[in-house]
Ligand binder design. Sequence first.
Ligand code: AMP
Length: 379
Amino acid sequence: MTRVILPNSTIGIFGSGQLGRMTAIEARKMGYRVHTFSPGRDTPTGQVADVETAAPYDDLFEVRTFAQSVDVVTFEFENVPSATIAAAAEFVPVHPRGEILHTTQNRLREKTFLSSNGFPIAGFRRVRTIEDLFKGVEELGLPAVLKTAGFGYDGKGQTRINAHSEIEAAFDALNGQEAVLEQFISFEKEVSVVCARGQEGEFAHYGVIENDHADHILDVSFAPADITNATAKRAVEIARSIAEVFDYVGTFCVEFFLESSGELRVNEIAPRPHNSGHLTFDACVTSQFEQQVRAVCGLPLGSTEYYRPAAMANLLGDIWADGEPNWQAALKDPAVKLHLYGISDPRPGRKMGHLTAAGDSPQKAVEIVRAARERLLVS
Ligand code: AMP
């Protein structure tokens, strides 16, 4: 049964990064109050929330205090411990469910869930010992990718193994952590489906978004993806089925590898709004963040219609290497929209913000955001 949380109620968010910030902006636009919980202070989410609790996730006293002061709890960060989620769920509805986070926060659990439910993924093997790794390489072949099972994102904790001589060094780099060995997929493209599921199973999606990565970090996304209608339909169907099997509530994202044969393989599931969906903020009737608010609060989902094709370019801390970026130059093109996350210490590789633009075609939108990002470096 839908539990409706009305405007003026308080949405609790575990995590305090940019995803929470943009969710909070949409929540406040709709008249909700926002309370964020994370170990940090003056965080991207905290800056726009009504209340910011700074405490470790395993401080269950603080977690219970937080849960008692909000009307519903959601996440912008998936590595929240299960005990924390369970403690919050003693007092308020939590969306998505804690079991879903438990599954997706560990690559082995996630891949086991996906393969046992018949979803297409790259071949994988669990690796705990060097013997497991040798055997996995024998069975899956090379090249392969070795990834730590927990706490990996944006290529962190990942090593590509190209030759047998690299196996031992790759294993040593794990430092005793459990890992998953994955077949290397020589994909043609990476695409994602950002979607949302409501409490009664209603489903809305943003079609397929195409993603270019640089150094394993998302660089540019655009929509609609340059793929066939049949592939797009299949990707959306896979995302919808995953949401169904999970009995998911909220916004989520499925990332895929698309091979030149047309085969789609799920790479990862993000149980939250996703970087590739940032372009929905300016390009769609309802952003992925508003959709998250609507789903967890039991309101009808909004239209996912795109006004026009759109693109997004991430801004990493590297852009600050020679001082403040040239914002005026980037915004000279009136089609360009600037999003910054309120982070005051830019570090190389850190996501600081992004640019979006709409265009007559996705390629035109990509040209606009790439050119704008280049102008940031003009002195
Ligand atoms: P992940 O943290 O697993 O999403 O990986 C980050 C990026 O590394 C992906 O978006 C891909 O560009 C690349 N990658 C990860 N796993 C594989 C794989 N099995 N085959 C080819 N490329 C991969």
